[in-house]
Design a protein. Structure first.
Length: 371
């Protein structure tokens, strides 16, 4: 399957790319476009005919993810920090829409760099959002997380109206920015949409093996011992191509259907316990797995994805079950040998040297940058 084969709802799949403010195809600024999800989204947008500007600071020294797309027609790279007003001005200058993916993603990295997490995920994101109207940005899509639901007291499915219970700094910053956007719905012209994304899986130009499905699959494919904590805890999962498809679906939906809306992104069929994930891989490989109780991650939640299906016609196309043999084959074919040779190459483990923990951006929010 090629990226061009990624399926969108029928109406989006047949709709022409809208015209942008420069007279050509609309241009999407993908903030964090060199990351795990962003590098997939970027390629699909280009294949559909959009112009794409990627703003990325290569936080994990992952510039390799843009090497094969850098010279594609319609692609533009702005290297820099989203907390820097001049960098933001450069990236937004010719953009029609903005997708904000960039953040310190995940509990471990946020715990390791708490000040940087708050500065990027919350303060920097707010400053970016405040600048959008000055550049005539039409649509804004923010990828939040289903981790916002945290720990459910019962087995019911969490929907977009369920109580939020963030259990980590990472989720707290996501919830904080969601609330900031929703509090300003009548103060800015931009049309915002918030997507709570299930835990991602799938192959990407910026591959990660610190994500549950990918991590389990690689270890079991290689026959390595795998410790699985709290095997009966539930999580929802979403393939990176489905995440990209959901973002594009929102960008191409009528504004009235997505303005100020929150959508969970994933598939009911991809709600799994960790033990169920192990069972999926065990159908294809024999590997030593040890189940351990009382891990450090208390999250336990299942999620409903009916709203995005009924309101926007979005259906996830990729299942965990179908991905399992694909990942096993890729690992055994030697695609990811660097995981042993270059420490931290395939995950969000350590930020590169020279990234400031904080940047003075409070004044930027009071006086948004102008075009």
């Amino acid at each position: 399957m090629t990226l061009q084969d990624t399926k969108l709802p029928h109406t989006a799949a047949t709709r022409a790319v809208p015209t942008g403010k420069t007279g050509g195809p609309a241009r999407v600024c993908v903030v964090g476009g060199a990351g795990y999800v962003g590098s997939v989204l970027t390629r699909i947008l280009l294949a559909r005919g959009y112009g794409v500007t990627v703003l990325d600071t290569f936080l994990y020294d992952h510039a390799f993810s843009v090497e094969c797309v850098y010279d594609e027609p319609g692609y533009r790279l702005v290297t820099g920090d989203l907390r820097d007003a001049s960098v933001v001005a450069d990236a937004l200058n010719d953009a029609d829409h903005v997708v904000l993916l960039a953040s310190l993603v995940g509990d471990p990295i946020s715990k390791k760099y708490p000040e940087l997490t708050r500065s990027v995920n919350l303060d920097g994101s707010q400053a970016l959002y405040d600048a959008l109207d000055a550049f005539g940005i039409e649509r804004f899509v923010f990828t939040s997380t289903c981790s916002n639901y945290g720990l459910r007291e019962d087995s019911s499915l969490a929907d977009e109206g369920s109580e939020l219970n963030p259990l980590s700094l990472y989720a707290e910053t996501k919830v904080g920015f969601e609330r900031y956007v929703l509090s300003r719905l009548h103060q800015q012209q931009v049309t915002p949409t918030l997507l709570r994304i299930a835990t991602a899986f799938g192959m990407s130009p910026r591959m990660r093996f610190d994500l549950t499905v990918n991590e389990f699959g690689r270890a079991m494919a290689l026959g390595q011992p795998l410790d699985v904590y709290d095997k009966d805890t539930w999580r929802p999962y979403a393939h990176v191509r489905d995440i990209a498809s959901a973002i594009i679906t929102v960008l191409e939906a009528p504004a009235a259907k997505v303005a100020g809306e929150v959508f969970n992104v994933g598939s009911d069929a991809n709600n799994y316990t960790k033990a169920m994930l192990v069972e999926e891989f065990a159908r294809h490989v024999d590997a030593p797995v040890r189940f351990v109780e009382k891990g450090f991650d208390a999250r336990n939640y299942r999620v409903s994805f009916s709203k995005i299906r009924t309101q926007l016609g979005f259906e996830a196309q990729h299942s965990v079950a179908a991905f399992v043999p694909q990942l096993i084959a890729a690992v055994r074919d030697g695609l990811y040998g660097r995981v042993e040779n270059i420490e931290g190459y395939y995950g969000n483990y350590t930020v590169r040297d020279g990234v400031p923990e904080t940047i003075a951006i409070t004044e930027q929010r009071r006086e948004p940058v102008s075009a």
